[in-house]
Design a protein around this ligand. Structure first.
Ligand SMILES: Nc1ncnc2c1ncn2[C@@H]1O[C@H](COP(=O)(O)OP(=O)(O)O)[C@@H](O)[C@H]1O
Ligand SMILES: [Mg+2]
Length: 332
């Protein structure tokens, strides 16, 4: 079986200009929201993007969908370059790659019925022409998203549903186009803790049953660890560690990943890890520190970390991290 990646991102950068104020002097500054990011997504894979708020996770997926324009770098999807698509190319892309936003309250028009909301993408893409067929496909997508039987939901409106049901409506609206990739940006963070696992296992089922690839964005490493095949840990726009979930959890190579892991409770108290509490906030992505951008908060930083910006380095098979303490030759 050939295992061509479904998505390949190479050296992707997205910088936002910072508006000048009367207080700013010198050269125009930029926010380095996504800074030289490369990774691949395999068919049927769940890849989690993890990192604190502001590290560039949302910007990365918005750039993938063309909702933000890449500053530089390249993105390939199903073998085609999607870096600079025109509006019709973007429309085609968004049939195959669908986003599930964080907030099921904001993303649903309160005036529409659930049936209309789920069927709307079919209209936008001009995919079905009869009302009956549209209803049939919307109902199927709703049942696939766990809204069963669909006939109980089609005539209702968003405010009549619970938060979890609304997120299922959002997922049904993504599924109705039969995408091959789902981009789920913090899909459960606005939901009640008690229903988060249900929505995450729905996503896991979709991968298992339909082979959909998923990029799951979360600031919560334990969610990522539970659902993802591979983890991508980001810090201030950069990937600091990437590898299979097992490799990263068993042998975290970056001090930032170790700090994130140290606050996850472990079931066996004898395996208790030493807690590393990260001090301070992440530095400002406008004025990045020189050298390794993690060094001001790093518990094991040494002198050279203030000068050298570490590159991703092989830790073990398929597992890389960007830290000067890893004594290997850079792979990129
Ligand atoms: N449209 C924008 N204009 C300027 N800065 C932005 C914009 N969108 C995001 N940013 C900045 O880019 C950085 C990454 O943001 P974001 O991608 O939202 O992070 P995350 O999703 O990981 O919380 C942050 O510093 C944020 O303030
Ligand atoms: Mg975000």
């Amino acid at each position: 079986m050939t295992n061509e990646p479904i998505l390949r991102i190479e050296n992707l950068c997205k910088y936002f200009p910072v508006s000048r104020t009367i207080f700013s002097r010198g050269a125009a500054k930029q926010v380095h929201a996504v800074d030289d990011v490369s990774f691949e997504l395999e068919p049927g894979e769940v890849l989690a993007l993890v990192g604190e708020s502001g590290c560039g996770k949302s910007t990365l997926v918005l750039t993938l969908l063309g909702l933000e324009k890449a500053t530089s770098g390249q993105m390939m999807f199903e073998g085609r370059d999607i870096t600079h698509l025109d509006p019709s190319g973007l429309k085609q892309l968004r049939r195959r790659m669908q986003m599930i936003f964080q907030d099921p309250y904001e993303s649903l028009n309160p005036l529409m019925t659930i049936g209309e909301l789920v069927a709307e993408p079919l209209l936008v893409h001009g995919l079905v022409h009869s009302r009956a067929e549209r209803l049939a496909r919307a109902s199927q997508a709703m049942e696939d998203a766990g809204l069963k039987p669909a006939s109980n939901f089609v005539h209702r409106r968003p405010h009549e549903l619970s938060g979890g049901q609304r997120q299922r409506v959002v997922i049904a609206g993504a599924l109705v186009l039969e995408p091959v990739v789902l981009l789920a940006d913090e899909p459960v963070s606005m939901l009640d803790v008690s229903i988060r696992a249900e929505i995450l296992s729905l996503l896991a089922d979709l991968r298992a049953q339909r082979g959909i690839s998923i990029i799951l964005i979360t600031h919560d490493l334990s969610t990522a660890a539970y659902f993802a095949d591979r983890l991508v840990v980001m810090y201030l726009g950069r990937i600091v560690e990437i590898g299979t979930t097992t490799a990263v959890l068993q042998n975290p190579a970056h001090p930032y990943t170790r700090a994130l892991l140290s606050v996850i409770p472990v079931p066996n108290p004898r395996q208790r890890r030493q807690h590393t509490i990260l001090e301070g906030d992440p530095p400002n992505p406008i004025d990045l520190p020189p050298g390794c951008r993690f060094h001001p908060r790093c518990p094991v930083a040494f002198a050279r970390c203030q000068q050298v910006d570490p590159r991703l380095t092989l830790v073990d098979d398929g597992h890389q991290a960007a830290c000067l303490l890893i004594d290997e030759t850079p792979v990129r």
